[in-house]
Design a protein around this ligand. Sequence first.
Ligand code: AMP
Length: 211
Amino acid sequence: MDIVLMGAPGAGKGTQAAKLENALGFKHISTGDVLRAEIASGSELGNQIAAVIDRGDLISDEMMVSILKNVVSGTDKNIIFDGFPRTVAQAEMLNNMLVQLGRKLGKAIEIALPEEEAVRRLSSRKQCKLPSGEVRQIGPDFTLADCQAQRGELFTRTDDTPEHIRHRFSVYHKQTEPVICFYRSTGLYAEVNGNADCQKVFDDLLAVLKQ
Ligand code: AMP
């Protein structure tokens, strides 16, 4: 059973998806990470993607789904989708893709967080690039000290500046919030409160998955 994890930028989707991956053996697919890996490969496609991400806009639905399909068809584990779908068209394409691949969506869970808190978190978040190229977000599960101990390089995402954050929220309200209504109408929707400590949010997610 696959899961979609939804929520505004900064709601904690990436952190919680990584915890669920560790605890339950899911494959965590973050479309943001998939796109950043394409950029890091230096391909022409990566250059086009970089320009869109740097503006804080969304990659076209067709491009996103075709990139994602390769990743999804490469695993037989249950998947947690993080950062996808971000439009209703992507949600419809995901349904078709899962049917084609003989997979099933079990839940679409929103981590709900007030916008002021999400903006506060994004404005102060830091990433760590490890010598292997792996990028970890600094937080309770991977601290600043872990980053230093592993000789990582600390950086801020280019789309985490105040003006990019504002733009990403306007894109979120316009294009991604309708996805929540889409899943509400399917009966797959569940909500957890993201305005709590990391462990409490995780426990709430586990409880939803057990229902
Ligand atoms: P994230 O790491 O999820 O915050 O994503 C970073 C950026 O990647 C977004 O602001 C978009 O530009 C792009 N992106 C990630 N996921 C998607 C998606 N499902 N559809 C379109 N663009 C995406």
